[in-house]
Structure formats: C-alpha cells, structure tokens
Design a protein around this ligand. Structure first.
Ligand SMILES: [Zn+2]
Length: 414
C-alpha cells in the first residue's frame, strides 16, 4: 500500500465544509476528517470516532479547512503572452510542457479543479492528470473554441492561415453540427461557443468594444443546432456571451453556462435565474487589464469592469447561480495561479464572503458537472481541500494564504 493510499486522519482547528454543510468553529476540540482511498469517509470532532487502522495522522494546528478551490473559467494554453506571436509560433510540444508546469503551480495555490474554456491542449492535459501522468487539478476541457468566421475569436489581427488551421470555424447549421462531433472525437468534455463579438481591436467598428453594443456571432438557428447536437451527446454548452442580446440568445437556445455575461438588463438577469443557467462573471482578467499601458485599451477594459459590476448586482438580486472563474491564460497580463483573487473581486462587487466561497467551490463544481464528487467536504466526496490561517468568512483575503493543499487524499503542499 503506497503512502497516498494509506488511510489518513486530518485534524485542524476549524472547518467551513461548503455550501449547505456544517461549519465547525474553533472551539477547543479539533475538527477531524477520515480519508480512505482518496475520499472523505467521515468528518466530525476529534475523539468522536476511532481512526481507521494504520491511518497516518496529520495535525494542521490552528488552520481552517475548506474544500479545494475551483477555477471555472481559464485557458490552459502554456503561453507567455509577453511574446505576442507565441500563440501561432510556439511549438505545441513546448506549450504542453509549460502547461504542465502551470498545472503544478495552480495546484500548489489550492486550485484542485479547473474548467478549460477553449484551447487545443485541454483534453490531452485532462487525460494526463486523470491517468496520474502529471500532477494537476482535475480538468474539464472544451478543446478548441467553436466560432463563426468574423466571430468571437476570429480577430483581423491574427494571421488568416493560422486561424484556419485551428479548426474552430463553423458557419451554417451543418458545419456547427460537424464541429461538435469533431470535438467529441477529440475528447472534449463540453462545448465552448463564441456568442458575441467585439474587443479592443474592433475600436473602429460600429460595435467597438462596448458591452452594450456587441453583435451576435451566430443566428438563432445555428446556435440552436450547436446546443442540440451537444446535448444529444450528453455534453453541456458554455457560451462567451457579453451584452443583453447575446445572453438572451444563449438562454433561448438552451446554453448551460454563461461566460462573462455582463451588459445585461434586469429582465435578462431574471430569465437567467428562471432557466437555472450558471453565470461565470470572470472579474479577474479585466481587473488586471485596466492597467494596460495603452490608454484606449485600458478604458475599454474599464467599461467592461463597470458593466460587470452592474450586471452582477442584477444577477444577485434575481438569485442567479454563480461560479468563480478568472479567464486567465498566462503571464504577464493573466498569470495562471493566483486564481482565488476572483473571490476577493466577487466580494468587492457585492457578494458576501460566504457567497464568494460558494462560487469558488460548489458553484465551480457545478460548472464542471462534478457537483457530486467535489466542491464540498462531505462523506463520499473526494478529499480535495485547502487549509487557511483563519476564517475566510471574516477576511476573504485569506484565500490567498493557502498553507496546505490535498487532492484526492494526497498531500500536495504543507
Ligand atoms: Zn475565456
């Protein structure tokens, strides 16, 4: 029996066990978790139940235990974007090696599961982690984006031949259906579609980079076919949807998770709640990009930040389910790793610390479709957890002071 498969007894001063679960405050007698074969088999107070035979005891002192954090929106690209041509010039093998290093770093930061929202490496990295070939968070991956010509990620600034080579274009209903089938063959866990168009390089276009004026990538018919084909195959659909029209179209067509989702009306927020769609607001990337040295680019990101805050208020008012996601890609402007700054930004935007913690645990688990396995400290759930030096409900900034990480019963840090 290897060390990682030996039963473990974990003790800590206190625990926040996740949405709807008990809180064990620091009251003298320690909280205790029993872990066998990578799963939590029991949790309660120290001394209430005998330890499993031959268990390893690990005492985390005055720490608070929490479920491992989940980043529900990032891109495992293995890139450093300080080289702007890296996207089309760096060999894929080099990018894969870098992405593996990124995964290790994220795990050390306490991120025990991620959803990769587009990029060629995701499905292979997910397989390598699942097989234990490399160490990293659980990965749920979309594979390459699906997008129309002149759509969300078809920027005029990119070399045409390179964009063609990605296999992301789908124009017309038949091509949409075909792309979904290709993704399934490539091992995608879900489908990522570009629902709205507009970014800072579109400054001179009528839609510019204004969240209120973005145009739709797809006709209703095309998007409906994409969703129908994905759902028929048991895959969920995530849409990059900014602006009221795009979010509303996504909801009408049955999209499951709304990525970004800002620039919406009160009525659209209500519909999102009614339909049970999950919102991933991605506050981290714009929060970093507003520091961009080019003035009109920084101003564009600030417009998005303002719209994000306003839309999140509407979503909260209607009880929309929220998952935390960073949209991080790689350094310097979107460093993979400090994912849980997203929780601080959610609190700054109006969530309570408890709501933000739920967004970064159970909300994320739901976005990944893994809500029955991860996102809570509960019997039968995977032993994915972090320890912090205090109660993050009193100080959300503590989520960035992770001092212990466990994934699947194996100690990663601490
Ligand atoms: Zn993204």
């Amino acid at each position: 029996m290897t060390e990682s498969h030996r039963p473990t007894v974990l003790r800590a001063a206190a625990a926040w066990t996740g949405e709807g679960g008990p809180v064990f405050p620091a009251i003298g007698r320690k909280v205790e978790l029993h872990i066998e074969a990578g799963r939590i088999t029991w949790l309660g107070r120290e001394g209430e139940r005998p330890a499993p035979p031959a268990a390893i005891l690990q005492d985390l002192g005055d720490a608070w235990l929490l479920p491992g954090f989940i980043d529900a929106h990032l891109h495992l690209w293995g890139l450093d974007l300080s080289d702007p041509s890296a996207l089309w010039n760096w060999p894929m093998a080099y990018r894969a090696a870098r992405a593996v290093a990124d995964l290790g770093r994220m795990l050390e930061e306490g991120v025990t599961a991620v959803r990769c929202l587009g990029g060629p490496l995701g499905p292979s990295l997910a397989r390598a982690v699942q097989e234990g070939v490399v160490r990293g968070p659980h990965i749920v991956a979309a594979g390459e984006f699906i997008c129309s010509r002149a759509g969300t990620w078809d920027h005029a600034a990119f070399p045409q031949h390179w964009v063609e080579s990605l296999g992301m274009y789908a124009d017309g209903a038949d091509a949409c259906r075909q792309r979904v089938r290709e993704r399934i063959r490539q091992g995608a866990d879900f489908i990522k579609v570009g629902g709205s168009v507009g970014e800072h390089t579109d400054a001179l276009r009528p839609w510019g980079n204004d969240p209120a004026r973005l145009r739709l990538s797809y006709s209703d018919g095309e998007l409906a076919v994409l969703v129908e084909e994905a759902h028929r195959n048991g895959l969920r659909v995530a849409s990059h949807a900014i602006g009221d029209e795009a979010v509303r179209q996504a909801l009408e067509c049955g999209v499951d998770t709304i990525e970004h989702g800002h620039g919406i009306s009160d009525e659209t927020a209500r519909r999102m709640a009614d339909r049970g769609a999950l919102l991933v607001p991605t506050l981290s990337l714009p929060a970093l990009r507003v520091r961009h040295p080019v003035k009109h680019v920084a101003e564009g990101w600030q417009r998005h930040r303002d719209a994000q805050r306003a839309s999140l208020q509407l979503a909260l008012r209607h009880g929309v389910r929220i998952a935390a996601g960073t949209d991080f890609v790689g350094p310097p402007g979107s460093p993979l790793g400090p994912s849980m700054m997203e929780l601080e930004l959610l609190v700054e935007a109006g969530l309570t610390p408890e709501q933000a913690l739920v967004a970064g645990t159970a909300g994320g688990a739901e976005a990944l479709g893994m809500q029955h396995r991860i996102g809570r400290l509960a019997e039968g759930f995977e032993a994915d957890m972090v320890a912090l030096p205090g109660d993050p409900r009193a100080d959300i900034g503590l989520v960035r002071q992770v001092r212990f990480v466990m994934k699947g019963g194996e100690v990663v840090r601490g």
